[in-house]
Design a protein around this ligand. Sequence first.
Ligand code: SF4
Length: 347
Amino acid sequence: MNTDKIISIKKLLKDSGDLRDSEFAGLEQKKTGVLRAGNSSLLTAEGEFIGQCPRMTYLRYKGINVEEFPADRKLMFDAGRMNEEIWTEKLKRVWPPSHIVREEETPTSWSTSNGVTVTGRPDLVLLEDGPEGPTAALGLELKMVSSLWTAREVFFQREPKLLHLIQAGHYMWQMNIPFKLCYTLYVDMAVTGWAGGVFPKKNQPLSEFCSYTPAGKISKILPFEVVYDLSFDRSGKLFYQLEGSEKEKTASLVTIDRIRDYYEFISQMDQKQRLPSPPKNLKPSGEKCSWKLCHYCSLSPVCSVFEAEKTQKYVENKPEYQEVSAWVSLVRGELKKRSMHSENKAG
Ligand code: SF4
């Protein structure tokens, strides 16, 4: 056996990842000037941004690529795609395969008041035959659970993630069909230390989805699927309800107007030159989350510098100060510095 000729799978995977990255970058470039439903968030009447960062949404809209995802994040994206494959395969056994459509086959599109296109791709849509042929009957937004804390919220506390409600609500508004938000946990998740205290104790409700030591201490949570039915009331407020539950629907912060206003704001940033405030991270009920997006954002040094600069400009009373352009030029400077740094490292 010639060991010089052993094929390196790691190299093949790296080459495959590089190819996918460049394909993705090409696709992103083509979508410059288009807003995406995947960035859905809310703008309240009080001017607060809730959900994803509106500044990041703007950069994506302008074709400025900030996120350099490390390999572990990319594996999670792979897992998300795998989740869609699994759901499609399962449904194909019980629903006509020709009547199950995936992302690219069922795009949504609308325009803001100044003509900017907002596009989206729901994960799965089931069609039913009608007098005019097959029509969309039900949309599914599929999420894979990959953290203990998400499992706790979406399954044990019976509360979906706000961002997922906003995104699914956006598709439901656009397609005008019912939607369901579906979470799946595929693996056992170990529960250790103090985390054990936040899950059901033995014999409590939902404890059948946990495993316990002979002494009765929780050791892991077990795989599950949980599905939420989504609906709007007459005013456009989004409600959610566990599928099959007799309990009342729960109201969320999400409204059609707030989603629309978010995109309207972003689409006008070039003209109005108003930089949006940092986003708030809230639960569907409006309760604050324990962490802030800015604390984990790679652009936080830029935003801190910008705040200081902006304060100075206002102190100097410069009405012509263009907030958005000033911030974008700080971002471009930071990205250039990072790319020189990584080139030097590679060299
Ligand atoms: S630091 Fe905060 S406001 Fe600035 S880009 Fe990041 S998330 Fe947005």
